[in-house]
Design a protein around this ligand. Structure first.
Ligand SMILES: Nc1ncnc2c1ncn2[C@@H]1O[C@H](COP(=O)(O)OP(=O)(O)OP(=O)(O)O)[C@@H](O)[C@H]1O
Ligand SMILES: [Mg+2]
Length: 256
């Protein structure tokens, strides 16, 4: 069975693309057949998270019919398959996509996981991607504006009949001003399946166009992504001892 998971947030800039890139690689490293799709037709940036230059053809060119779907699948050295979107403003303006067309394309993809990176907000474009997916993975930050938008996103996703895979709390600093994990879970009525700490390695990795899981596999963020990937794939992952202590402390603080 192919699991189609849309990565959504409501609020922009919370870490959807970083999650799509790193979870994609982490799942591929677990031996899964994974395709990550930049289903952000307006402000795509997933390809900027990867080291190898990813150019034409893109999802835009598949939607316009200029290229075949197979031609737009780029294989990363990690084994992860990537369908980028075009960052050119001309392609954005001339591409006429529709729910039906996107669903037809997504449904032709095979493998274990299809991860769909999305635009920020809850526009028709985002809702179209949620409708094309079976599951929705919500990324948020430990700040109330992001959590409020995440709640709205969860409610809309449910209206589309999507199953909620869980919430990822990204950029956790453990500062006492951050809301408690329990508080966030009770407001969102959804399990937090992963916590990713604020980690400067993510910024470095984006600057070098290499997901953190490859750039610095032993960083806190990379270990967190591996843990979340294992949870989603339903396989065991042994968190190295030195992280266990650190993560335990983080959870203790978050639970208040
Ligand atoms: N855990 C983290 N630690 C430190 N910085 C992070 C972390 N996660 C994300 N960032 C920073 O936040 C920026 C935004 O991340 P990203 O592009 O993944 O967000 P996004 O939700 O996809 O944004 P958009 O809504 O614009 O598509 C990154 O460029 C990176 O600098
Ligand atoms: Mg993004």
């Amino acid at each position: 069975m192919t699991r189609k998971i849309a990565i959504v947030s409501g609020k922009g800039g919370v870490g959807k693309s970083a999650t799509a890139a790193n979870l994609g690689i982490a799942l591929a490293q677990l031996g899964k057949d994974v395709t990550v799709v930049d289903a952000n037709f307006t402000t795509p940036d997933l390809s900027l998270h990867f080291g190898s230059p990813i150019g034409t053809p893109t999802l835009h060119h598949v939607v316009t019919g200029e290229f075949r779907l197979e031609d737009a699948i780029h294989v990363h050295p990690s084994g992860l398959k990537i369908i980028p979107a075009s960052i050119a403003i001309g392609d954005m303006k001339r591409t006429r996509y529709s729910k039906h067309r996107l669903e037809r394309i997504i449904n032709r993809l095979t493998g274990d996981f299809i991860l769909l990176d999305t635009q920020a907000g809850l526009s028709n474009e985002v809702q179209m991607v949620m409708a094309a997916a079976d599951e929705v993975l919500v990324v948020t930050n430990p700040e109330w504006p992001a959590i409020t938008d995440a709640l709205k996103t969860i409610l809309i996703a449910k209206e589309h009949g999507a199953q909620i895979t869980g919430v990822i709390l990204n950029r956790v600093t453990n500062h006492k001003i951050e809301p408690s994990l329990k508080g966030v879970e009770s407001i969102l009525e959804t399990e937090i399946i992963g916590i990713i700490p604020e980690d400067i390695h993510i910024k470095h990795s984006i600057a070098t166009k290499n997901p953190v899981i490859i750039y610095e596999p032993n960083s806190d963020a990379a270990v967190s992504f591996k843990e979340i990937a294992a949870k989603i794939a339903g396989v065991k992952y042994k968190v190295p001892n030195k992280y266990k202590r650190k993560f335990k402390l983080m959870l203790k603080n978050l639970f208040g």
